[in-house]
Write a protein that binds this ligand. Structure first.
Ligand code: EZ4
Ligand code: CO
Length: 402
Protein backbone atom coordinates (compact mmCIF):
# COMPACT_ATOMS: atom_id res chain seq x y z
CA UNK A 1 0.00 0.00 0.00
CA UNK A 2 1.12 3.56 -0.72
CA UNK A 3 1.59 5.49 2.51
CA UNK A 4 2.38 9.00 3.67
CA UNK A 5 6.11 8.80 4.27
CA UNK A 6 7.05 12.39 5.06
CA UNK A 7 5.28 15.47 6.32
CA UNK A 8 7.22 18.76 6.44
CA UNK A 9 6.03 22.00 7.98
CA UNK A 10 7.66 24.81 6.00
CA UNK A 11 7.76 28.29 7.55
CA UNK A 12 9.00 31.23 5.49
CA UNK A 13 8.50 34.97 5.00
CA UNK A 14 8.64 35.73 1.24
CA UNK A 15 7.01 39.18 1.25
CA UNK A 16 4.91 38.05 4.23
CA UNK A 17 4.84 34.96 6.45
CA UNK A 18 3.44 31.65 5.25
CA UNK A 19 3.20 28.18 6.78
CA UNK A 20 2.99 25.33 4.28
CA UNK A 21 2.57 21.59 4.76
CA UNK A 22 4.25 19.29 2.24
CA UNK A 23 3.37 15.61 2.23
CA UNK A 24 5.43 13.01 0.38
CA UNK A 25 4.10 9.51 -0.29
CA UNK A 26 6.06 6.25 -0.42
CA UNK A 27 5.71 6.52 -4.23
CA UNK A 28 7.45 9.90 -4.15
CA UNK A 29 4.35 11.99 -4.93
CA UNK A 30 4.20 15.33 -3.09
CA UNK A 31 1.21 17.46 -2.10
CA UNK A 32 1.01 21.01 -0.70
CA UNK A 33 -1.38 22.52 1.80
CA UNK A 34 -1.53 26.11 3.08
CA UNK A 35 -1.51 26.43 6.90
CA UNK A 36 -1.17 30.20 7.26
CA UNK A 37 -3.06 31.97 10.07
CA UNK A 38 -2.09 35.63 9.86
CA UNK A 39 -0.38 36.86 13.03
CA UNK A 40 -0.71 33.44 14.76
CA UNK A 41 1.39 31.42 12.27
CA UNK A 42 3.53 29.42 14.69
CA UNK A 43 0.51 28.14 16.63
CA UNK A 44 -0.58 26.23 13.51
CA UNK A 45 3.01 25.19 12.72
CA UNK A 46 3.26 23.66 16.20
CA UNK A 47 -0.21 22.06 16.01
CA UNK A 48 0.92 20.36 12.82
CA UNK A 49 4.50 19.48 13.80
CA UNK A 50 3.82 18.40 17.36
CA UNK A 51 0.35 16.88 17.09
CA UNK A 52 -0.61 16.04 13.51
CA UNK A 53 2.54 14.99 11.62
CA UNK A 54 3.07 11.92 13.90
CA UNK A 55 -0.50 10.79 13.07
CA UNK A 56 0.03 11.05 9.31
CA UNK A 57 3.10 8.88 8.84
CA UNK A 58 2.20 5.44 7.47
CA UNK A 59 -1.42 6.38 6.66
CA UNK A 60 -3.12 5.88 3.27
CA UNK A 61 -3.03 9.22 1.37
CA UNK A 62 -6.04 8.16 -0.73
CA UNK A 63 -8.50 8.31 2.19
CA UNK A 64 -9.15 12.04 2.28
CA UNK A 65 -12.60 11.98 3.89
CA UNK A 66 -11.52 9.53 6.57
CA UNK A 67 -8.44 11.60 7.37
CA UNK A 68 -10.63 14.70 7.77
CA UNK A 69 -12.93 12.87 10.22
CA UNK A 70 -9.93 11.40 12.05
CA UNK A 71 -8.31 14.80 12.60
CA UNK A 72 -11.61 16.55 13.43
CA UNK A 73 -13.36 14.00 15.65
CA UNK A 74 -10.15 12.38 16.82
CA UNK A 75 -8.86 15.60 18.40
CA UNK A 76 -11.88 15.64 20.74
CA UNK A 77 -11.34 19.45 20.93
CA UNK A 78 -13.27 20.80 18.00
CA UNK A 79 -13.32 23.79 15.67
CA UNK A 80 -11.45 27.07 16.07
CA UNK A 81 -9.06 28.72 13.59
CA UNK A 82 -5.88 26.89 14.66
CA UNK A 83 -7.40 23.40 14.49
CA UNK A 84 -9.35 24.04 11.30
CA UNK A 85 -6.36 25.60 9.52
CA UNK A 86 -4.19 22.60 10.43
CA UNK A 87 -6.85 20.18 9.17
CA UNK A 88 -7.19 22.31 6.02
CA UNK A 89 -3.48 21.97 5.28
CA UNK A 90 -3.62 18.16 5.44
CA UNK A 91 -6.83 18.00 3.41
CA UNK A 92 -5.54 20.34 0.68
CA UNK A 93 -2.24 18.45 0.41
CA UNK A 94 -4.11 15.14 0.06
CA UNK A 95 -6.27 16.53 -2.80
CA UNK A 96 -3.06 17.72 -4.47
CA UNK A 97 -1.61 14.21 -4.11
CA UNK A 98 -4.79 12.57 -5.41
CA UNK A 99 -4.79 14.79 -8.47
CA UNK A 100 -1.16 13.97 -9.23
CA UNK A 101 -1.78 10.23 -8.76
CA UNK A 102 -4.84 10.39 -11.06
CA UNK A 103 -3.05 12.63 -13.57
CA UNK A 104 -5.93 15.14 -13.33
CA UNK A 105 -6.30 18.73 -12.13
CA UNK A 106 -8.25 18.87 -8.87
CA UNK A 107 -11.27 20.58 -10.48
CA UNK A 108 -11.78 17.41 -12.55
CA UNK A 109 -11.87 15.29 -9.39
CA UNK A 110 -14.45 17.66 -7.90
CA UNK A 111 -16.86 17.26 -10.80
CA UNK A 112 -15.37 19.24 -13.66
CA UNK A 113 -15.96 22.75 -14.96
CA UNK A 114 -19.27 24.54 -14.49
CA UNK A 115 -17.91 27.79 -15.94
CA UNK A 116 -15.16 29.10 -18.18
CA UNK A 117 -13.36 31.10 -15.50
CA UNK A 118 -13.62 32.41 -11.95
CA UNK A 119 -14.88 36.01 -11.62
CA UNK A 120 -12.69 37.92 -9.17
CA UNK A 121 -12.77 41.25 -7.41
CA UNK A 122 -9.72 43.33 -6.59
CA UNK A 123 -8.93 45.94 -3.90
CA UNK A 124 -9.02 49.61 -4.83
CA UNK A 125 -8.29 52.19 -2.16
CA UNK A 126 -7.39 55.82 -1.67
CA UNK A 127 -6.31 58.35 0.90
CA UNK A 128 -9.33 60.44 -0.19
CA UNK A 129 -12.29 60.23 -2.56
CA UNK A 130 -10.42 61.50 -5.64
CA UNK A 131 -7.52 59.03 -5.31
CA UNK A 132 -9.99 56.19 -4.65
CA UNK A 133 -11.95 56.97 -7.83
CA UNK A 134 -8.67 57.03 -9.80
CA UNK A 135 -7.67 53.68 -8.31
CA UNK A 136 -11.01 52.06 -9.22
CA UNK A 137 -10.60 53.42 -12.77
CA UNK A 138 -7.08 51.98 -12.93
CA UNK A 139 -8.35 48.48 -12.01
CA UNK A 140 -11.18 48.78 -14.56
CA UNK A 141 -8.48 49.51 -17.19
CA UNK A 142 -6.65 46.35 -16.11
CA UNK A 143 -9.78 44.36 -16.98
CA UNK A 144 -11.36 43.85 -13.58
CA UNK A 145 -15.15 43.47 -13.69
CA UNK A 146 -15.55 43.78 -9.91
CA UNK A 147 -13.77 46.16 -7.55
CA UNK A 148 -13.81 46.59 -3.77
CA UNK A 149 -13.54 50.28 -2.71
CA UNK A 150 -12.13 51.56 0.61
CA UNK A 151 -10.93 55.06 1.50
CA UNK A 152 -9.24 56.58 4.53
CA UNK A 153 -11.70 58.41 6.80
CA UNK A 154 -10.39 62.01 7.06
CA UNK A 155 -11.22 62.68 10.71
CA UNK A 156 -9.45 59.53 11.92
CA UNK A 157 -6.51 59.70 9.55
CA UNK A 158 -6.73 56.24 8.04
CA UNK A 159 -8.72 53.08 8.17
CA UNK A 160 -8.94 49.43 7.20
CA UNK A 161 -8.12 48.53 3.62
CA UNK A 162 -6.06 51.50 2.43
CA UNK A 163 -2.93 50.44 0.55
CA UNK A 164 0.44 52.06 1.08
CA UNK A 165 2.27 50.82 -2.02
CA UNK A 166 1.01 48.50 -4.72
CA UNK A 167 0.57 45.56 -2.33
CA UNK A 168 -1.95 45.70 0.52
CA UNK A 169 -0.53 43.92 3.57
CA UNK A 170 -2.11 44.85 6.91
CA UNK A 171 0.20 42.66 9.04
CA UNK A 172 3.15 45.01 8.66
CA UNK A 173 4.56 45.63 12.14
CA UNK A 174 6.48 43.52 14.69
CA UNK A 175 3.90 44.44 17.36
CA UNK A 176 0.25 45.34 16.64
CA UNK A 177 -0.12 48.86 15.23
CA UNK A 178 -2.79 50.88 17.07
CA UNK A 179 -5.17 52.63 14.66
CA UNK A 180 -7.84 55.20 15.59
CA UNK A 181 -11.51 54.59 14.79
CA UNK A 182 -14.66 56.70 14.77
CA UNK A 183 -17.91 55.04 13.71
CA UNK A 184 -19.60 58.42 13.36
CA UNK A 185 -16.93 59.72 10.96
CA UNK A 186 -17.01 56.49 8.92
CA UNK A 187 -20.80 56.50 8.62
CA UNK A 188 -20.74 60.12 7.45
CA UNK A 189 -17.95 59.62 4.92
CA UNK A 190 -18.09 56.08 3.43
CA UNK A 191 -21.45 56.45 1.60
CA UNK A 192 -20.16 59.63 -0.09
CA UNK A 193 -17.09 57.99 -1.62
CA UNK A 194 -19.11 55.00 -2.82
CA UNK A 195 -21.53 57.45 -4.49
CA UNK A 196 -18.60 59.33 -6.04
CA UNK A 197 -17.30 56.10 -7.61
CA UNK A 198 -20.71 55.45 -9.23
CA UNK A 199 -21.12 59.11 -10.29
CA UNK A 200 -17.74 59.13 -12.02
CA UNK A 201 -17.47 55.57 -13.32
CA UNK A 202 -21.04 54.34 -13.73
CA UNK A 203 -22.75 51.04 -13.02
CA UNK A 204 -21.31 48.62 -15.58
CA UNK A 205 -19.06 46.86 -13.06
CA UNK A 206 -19.57 45.28 -9.65
CA UNK A 207 -18.75 47.50 -6.68
CA UNK A 208 -18.01 45.94 -3.28
CA UNK A 209 -17.24 47.33 0.15
CA UNK A 210 -15.75 45.75 3.29
CA UNK A 211 -17.09 47.14 6.59
CA UNK A 212 -14.62 44.84 8.40
CA UNK A 213 -16.73 44.18 11.51
CA UNK A 214 -16.81 47.86 12.49
CA UNK A 215 -20.56 48.44 13.00
CA UNK A 216 -23.25 47.32 15.41
CA UNK A 217 -26.26 45.58 13.81
CA UNK A 218 -28.44 48.71 13.80
CA UNK A 219 -25.58 50.89 12.48
CA UNK A 220 -25.00 48.32 9.73
CA UNK A 221 -28.72 48.37 8.91
CA UNK A 222 -28.58 52.15 8.56
CA UNK A 223 -25.44 51.97 6.39
CA UNK A 224 -26.93 49.29 4.11
CA UNK A 225 -30.11 51.33 3.67
CA UNK A 226 -28.16 54.55 3.01
CA UNK A 227 -26.11 52.99 0.15
CA UNK A 228 -28.90 51.07 -1.61
CA UNK A 229 -28.77 53.35 -4.68
CA UNK A 230 -25.06 52.60 -5.11
CA UNK A 231 -26.09 48.98 -5.85
CA UNK A 232 -23.27 47.28 -4.03
CA UNK A 233 -22.52 43.70 -5.04
CA UNK A 234 -22.19 43.22 -1.26
CA UNK A 235 -21.34 44.87 2.01
CA UNK A 236 -18.89 42.59 3.73
CA UNK A 237 -18.74 41.77 7.45
CA UNK A 238 -21.11 44.60 8.45
CA UNK A 239 -21.01 43.40 12.07
CA UNK A 240 -19.12 40.65 13.94
CA UNK A 241 -20.71 37.25 13.31
CA UNK A 242 -20.26 35.52 16.64
CA UNK A 243 -23.93 36.24 17.14
CA UNK A 244 -25.46 34.91 13.92
CA UNK A 245 -28.89 36.14 15.01
CA UNK A 246 -27.80 39.80 14.74
CA UNK A 247 -27.92 39.58 10.94
CA UNK A 248 -31.71 39.23 11.09
CA UNK A 249 -31.93 42.83 12.22
CA UNK A 250 -29.72 44.11 9.36
CA UNK A 251 -31.66 41.99 6.87
CA UNK A 252 -35.01 43.37 7.96
CA UNK A 253 -33.93 46.93 7.12
CA UNK A 254 -31.99 46.76 3.85
CA UNK A 255 -31.76 45.07 0.45
CA UNK A 256 -28.00 45.67 0.24
CA UNK A 257 -26.56 42.13 -0.11
CA UNK A 258 -24.50 40.81 2.82
CA UNK A 259 -21.29 38.74 2.74
CA UNK A 260 -19.81 37.08 5.83
CA UNK A 261 -17.37 34.32 6.72
CA UNK A 262 -13.65 35.10 6.31
CA UNK A 263 -12.99 34.56 10.03
CA UNK A 264 -15.39 31.61 10.38
CA UNK A 265 -14.02 28.08 10.40
CA UNK A 266 -16.74 25.48 10.15
CA UNK A 267 -20.15 24.64 8.76
CA UNK A 268 -21.58 25.13 12.24
CA UNK A 269 -20.29 28.72 12.36
CA UNK A 270 -22.35 29.59 9.29
CA UNK A 271 -25.28 27.19 9.78
CA UNK A 272 -27.94 29.71 10.85
CA UNK A 273 -26.61 32.46 8.58
CA UNK A 274 -27.25 30.08 5.68
CA UNK A 275 -30.34 28.11 6.65
CA UNK A 276 -32.19 31.23 7.79
CA UNK A 277 -31.05 33.12 4.68
CA UNK A 278 -29.52 35.93 6.71
CA UNK A 279 -26.65 36.42 4.21
CA UNK A 280 -26.23 36.38 0.43
CA UNK A 281 -22.58 35.29 0.14
CA UNK A 282 -20.54 32.95 2.33
CA UNK A 283 -16.84 33.91 2.49
CA UNK A 284 -15.31 30.90 4.22
CA UNK A 285 -12.06 29.72 2.60
CA UNK A 286 -10.09 26.55 1.96
CA UNK A 287 -7.33 27.38 4.47
CA UNK A 288 -9.38 28.61 7.43
CA UNK A 289 -12.42 26.36 7.09
CA UNK A 290 -11.06 22.83 7.05
CA UNK A 291 -9.83 22.44 3.48
CA UNK A 292 -11.47 21.57 0.17
CA UNK A 293 -13.51 18.74 1.73
CA UNK A 294 -15.17 20.89 4.38
CA UNK A 295 -15.56 24.01 2.23
CA UNK A 296 -17.40 21.95 -0.38
CA UNK A 297 -19.78 20.82 2.38
CA UNK A 298 -20.42 24.46 3.37
CA UNK A 299 -20.96 25.49 -0.24
CA UNK A 300 -23.41 22.62 -0.83
CA UNK A 301 -25.41 23.65 2.24
CA UNK A 302 -25.39 27.24 0.96
CA UNK A 303 -26.67 26.10 -2.46
CA UNK A 304 -29.82 24.71 -0.83
CA UNK A 305 -30.70 28.18 0.46
CA UNK A 306 -29.74 30.35 -2.51
CA UNK A 307 -26.59 31.60 -0.79
CA UNK A 308 -23.65 32.03 -3.16
CA UNK A 309 -19.91 31.73 -2.56
CA UNK A 310 -17.43 34.61 -2.25
CA UNK A 311 -14.28 33.18 -0.73
CA UNK A 312 -11.73 35.26 1.11
CA UNK A 313 -8.57 35.64 -0.98
CA UNK A 314 -6.27 38.24 0.62
CA UNK A 315 -2.47 38.00 0.39
CA UNK A 316 -2.20 36.14 3.72
CA UNK A 317 -3.79 33.16 1.97
CA UNK A 318 -0.92 31.53 0.10
CA UNK A 319 -0.88 30.73 -3.63
CA UNK A 320 -1.71 27.14 -2.59
CA UNK A 321 -5.04 28.31 -1.12
CA UNK A 322 -5.57 30.58 -4.11
CA UNK A 323 -5.17 27.68 -6.50
CA UNK A 324 -7.37 25.34 -4.40
CA UNK A 325 -10.05 28.07 -4.29
CA UNK A 326 -9.99 28.51 -8.06
CA UNK A 327 -10.34 24.74 -8.60
CA UNK A 328 -13.39 24.61 -6.29
CA UNK A 329 -14.91 27.87 -7.61
CA UNK A 330 -14.77 26.50 -11.14
CA UNK A 331 -17.00 23.59 -10.14
CA UNK A 332 -19.64 24.61 -7.58
CA UNK A 333 -23.04 25.58 -9.03
CA UNK A 334 -23.57 28.44 -6.54
CA UNK A 335 -20.28 30.23 -7.16
CA UNK A 336 -20.59 34.00 -6.72
CA UNK A 337 -17.21 35.71 -6.83
CA UNK A 338 -13.64 35.17 -5.62
CA UNK A 339 -11.52 37.75 -3.80
CA UNK A 340 -8.18 38.25 -5.53
CA UNK A 341 -5.15 40.24 -4.47
CA UNK A 342 -1.89 39.86 -6.28
CA UNK A 343 0.82 38.38 -4.09
CA UNK A 344 4.18 40.11 -3.64
CA UNK A 345 6.84 39.13 -6.25
CA UNK A 346 8.88 37.47 -3.43
CA UNK A 347 5.88 35.24 -2.62
CA UNK A 348 5.70 34.08 -6.24
CA UNK A 349 9.43 33.21 -6.21
CA UNK A 350 8.70 30.59 -3.54
CA UNK A 351 5.28 29.42 -4.78
CA UNK A 352 5.36 28.63 -8.50
CA UNK A 353 1.68 28.71 -9.41
CA UNK A 354 -0.07 27.92 -12.68
CA UNK A 355 -3.09 30.12 -11.83
CA UNK A 356 -3.47 32.94 -14.36
CA UNK A 357 -5.52 36.15 -14.57
CA UNK A 358 -7.29 37.16 -17.77
CA UNK A 359 -10.21 39.58 -18.41
CA UNK A 360 -11.23 39.86 -14.77
CA UNK A 361 -11.14 36.10 -14.21
CA UNK A 362 -8.77 33.54 -12.72
CA UNK A 363 -8.03 30.24 -14.44
CA UNK A 364 -6.36 27.16 -12.95
CA UNK A 365 -3.60 25.34 -14.78
CA UNK A 366 -4.40 21.98 -16.37
CA UNK A 367 -1.51 20.34 -14.52
CA UNK A 368 -2.35 17.34 -12.31
CA UNK A 369 -3.20 18.28 -8.72
CA UNK A 370 -3.28 21.94 -7.71
CA UNK A 371 -0.49 23.09 -10.03
CA UNK A 372 1.66 24.80 -7.38
CA UNK A 373 5.30 23.97 -6.58
CA UNK A 374 7.29 25.10 -3.54
CA UNK A 375 10.85 26.28 -4.19
CA UNK A 376 12.91 25.39 -1.08
CA UNK A 377 16.01 27.23 -2.26
CA UNK A 378 14.04 30.44 -2.79
CA UNK A 379 12.32 30.03 0.59
CA UNK A 380 15.75 29.91 2.30
CA UNK A 381 16.27 33.52 1.29
CA UNK A 382 13.14 34.68 3.16
CA UNK A 383 13.20 33.75 6.85
CA UNK A 384 10.12 34.01 9.08
CA UNK A 385 9.81 37.45 10.68
CA UNK A 386 7.02 37.94 13.28
CA UNK A 387 4.28 40.36 12.11
CA UNK A 388 0.96 41.33 13.64
CA UNK A 389 -2.31 42.67 12.30
CA UNK A 390 -3.26 46.12 13.69
CA UNK A 391 -5.85 46.77 16.37
CA UNK A 392 -8.43 49.58 16.29
CA UNK A 393 -9.14 51.95 19.19
CA UNK A 394 -12.04 54.36 19.44
CA UNK A 395 -11.18 57.99 20.00
CA UNK A 396 -11.70 57.50 23.78
CA UNK A 397 -8.97 54.82 23.76
CA UNK A 398 -11.20 51.74 24.12
CA UNK A 399 -10.67 48.74 21.87
CA UNK A 400 -12.88 48.29 18.78
CA UNK A 401 -13.18 45.40 16.33
CA UNK A 402 -10.46 45.72 13.73
O1 EZ4 B 1 -8.21 41.78 6.85
O2 EZ4 B 1 -6.89 38.85 5.30
O3 EZ4 B 1 -11.57 40.94 2.76
N1 EZ4 B 1 -10.44 40.87 3.12
C1 EZ4 B 1 -10.01 41.16 4.35
C2 EZ4 B 1 -8.54 40.94 4.61
C3 EZ4 B 1 -8.25 40.62 6.06
C4 EZ4 B 1 -6.91 39.93 6.18
C5 EZ4 B 1 -6.66 39.46 7.61
O4 EZ4 B 1 -5.55 38.63 7.69
O5 EZ4 B 1 -10.78 41.58 5.18
O6 EZ4 B 1 -7.80 42.05 4.18
CO1 CO C 1 -12.83 41.23 4.60
Amino acid sequence: MTTIERAEVLVAGPGRNFVTLRLTTSDGVTGLGDATLNGRELAVASYLRDHVVPLLIGKDPARIEDMWQYLYRGAYWRRGPVTMTAIAAVDTALWDVKGKVAGLPVFQLLGGRSREGVLVYCHASGTDTASLVDDVARFRDLGYQAVRAQAAVPEVGGTYGVRKGLIYEPAATSLPDEQPWSTEAYLRFAPTYLEAVRDRLGFDFHLLHDVHHRLTPIEAARFGKRVEDVQLFWMEDPTPAENQESFRLIRSHTTTPIAVGEVLNSIWDVQHLITEQLIDYVRTTVVHAGGITHLRRIFDLAALYGVRTGSHGATDLSPVTQSAAVHLDLVVPNFGIQEYMEHAPETMEVFRSGVRFENGMLHPSEEPGLGVEYDDAAAERFPYDPRYLPVARRLDGSLHDW
